[in-house]
Write a protein that binds this ligand. Structure first.
Ligand code: ZN
Length: 333
C-alpha cells in the first residue's frame, strides 16, 4: 500500500482545493431547508458534485427518492468497505437547526477528496446519502430503511459526524429507540347521570401511565421510557370512550429494549383488562438500533483530528442522550 502519510496529505490538499465550493454548498443547503424525504435539491446538489467528479452514483437507494449511493472503488473495489454517511434534511419550521447541511456537505467533500487516492487503496468507500434523519418527518429514519433493504450488509464500518458545541470522538453509544401508540376504547356515558354504564378509556391511559412509572424502577438505568397523552376525552361530564397515549422507549441495547417493550405492552394489556376497555396498539416509527462504536476507528479519528490542529475533548461526560438511526460505527460480525 502507498505511504499513508503521503495519501493523507493528498486528501487534505484535495479538500483545500475544493473548500470554497463545499462551503458554498453547505451555505446554500442551509438557506434552502428541505424536510425529510423532500430533500430534492440538497440530494441533487450533493450527488451531482460526486457525479461531476466521475464517481458513479445510484439515486433512489432503498426505494427513497432522495437517497443516494456513490461507489468509490478501490483496486479490487472490495473490502473492507467504509461508508461515509451524508444527512441533509431540516426540521419543520426551524430549518437546519442541528446542521445536517454540514453533515451532508462534509461527507461529500470527504468522498471527493478520497476519490483521488482510493484507486491506490485495497478497500473501497461508499458515500451514502441518507434522508429523513429528523424524527419529525413521516416515515423518518432513512438509515433504518437502508439497513432493512440490506444496503449496510455490504459495509464493514460506517462513519459520520454531527455538529455540536465542541469536538469529541466518543465511545458513548446512542440509544436504541422504539415508539408505540396505545389506543383504548370503552363506552361513553353521562358521568353524573349514569356513570355505572360507562367504560372509562381515560382510566386505562392513566393506569398505563402509572404502571410505566413503576416499571421504570425495575429496569436497567440505561432505559428511558417517556410519553404523552394524545387523547383523554372530550368533556368532563362524559366518561371518555376513547383515549390514547404515545410512548418512546430507549436503551443502550436493542435486545434488552425488546424485553422492556414486552413489559410495556403487558402494562397496556393490564390497563385494558382492569378497565374493561379494548386495546389496539402500533409501533408508530421505525425502530432505531443502538450504535456500535469501534475503538480502533475512534482512536484513529481522534489522532487524525489532532494532527490537523483540532482540539478534541474526549473526556466530557454527557448527561443527556439521544438516538440515531445509523450505526455510527458498524462492524459486521
Ligand atoms: Zn441532527
Amino acid at each position: 500500500m502507498a505511504n499513508v502519510q503521503h495519501l493523507k496529505q493528498r486528501v487534505c490538499q484535495a479538500i483545500d482545493r475544493r473548500a470554497s465550493e463545499l462551503i458554498e454548498t453547505a451555505d446554500w443547503i442551509h438557506a434552502h431547508p428541505e424536510i425529510g424525504h423532500q430533500e430534492v435539491e440538497a440530494s441533487r446538489r450533493l450527488s451531482g458534485m460526486l457525479q461531476a467528479a466521475g464517481i458513479p452514483v445510484e439515486m433512489g437507494t432503498a426505494g427513497m427518492a432522495t437517497a443516494f449511493k456513490a461507489e468509490l472503488g478501490g483496486k479490487r473495489a472490495g473490502r473492507p468497505r467504509v461508508a461515509i454517511l451524508a444527512e441533509y434534511d431540516a426540521l419543520p419550521g426551524l430549518g437546519h437547526g442541528c446542521g445536517h447541511n454540514l453533515i451532508g456537505t462534509s461527507a461529500v467533500g470527504a468522498g471527493l477528496a478520497l476519490s483521488e487516492v482510493v484507486p491506490e487503496l485495497d478497500g473501497s468507500i461508499w458515500v451514502l446519502g441518507t434522508p429523513a434523519e429528523e424524527s419529525a418527518a413521516p416515515n423518518s429514519g432513512g438509515k433504518v430503511h437502508m439497513v432493512n433493504a440490506g444496503v449496510f450488509s455490504d459495509v464493514d464500518a460506517a462513519i459520520m459526524f454531527h455538529p455540536g458545541t465542541e469536538t469529541a470522538v466518543t465511545m458513548d453509544r446512542s440509544l436504541a429507540a422504539r415508539g408505540f401508540e396505545f389506543y383504548f376504547r370503552g363506552r361513553a356515558a353521562h358521568a353524573a347521570g349514569a356513570p355505572e354504564e360507562g367504560i372509562n378509556a381515560l382510566d386505562a391511559v392513566v393506569l398505563l401511565y402509572n404502571a410505566i412509572s413503576m416499571l421504570r424502577q425495575q429496569v436497567r438505568s440505561d432505559v428511558r421510557i417517556h410519553g404523552i397523552i394524545l387523547s383523554g376525552g372530550a368533556a368532563a361530564n362524559i366518561i371518555p370512550d376513547y383515549a390514547a397515549i404515545r410512548y418512546r422507549t430507549r436503551s443502550d441495547d436493542s435486545e434488552y429494549l425488546a424485553e422492556v417493550v414486552e413489559r410495556v405492552i403487558a402494562c397496556a394489556e393490564g390497563a385494558a383488562r382492569a378497565t374493561g376497555c379494548t386495546l389496539e396498539w402500533k409501533e408508530y416509527m421505525p425502530g432505531y438500533e443502538n450504535t456500535m462504536p469501534n475503538r480502533v476507528l475512534l482512536e484513529l479519528m481522534t489522532e487524525n483530528l489532532r494532527s490537523l490542529g483540532v482540539m478534541v475533548n474526549n473526556e466530557r461526560r454527557r448527561s443527556g442522550r439521544g438516538s440515531r438511526s445509523p450505526r455510527a460505527f458498524h462492524r459486521v460480525p
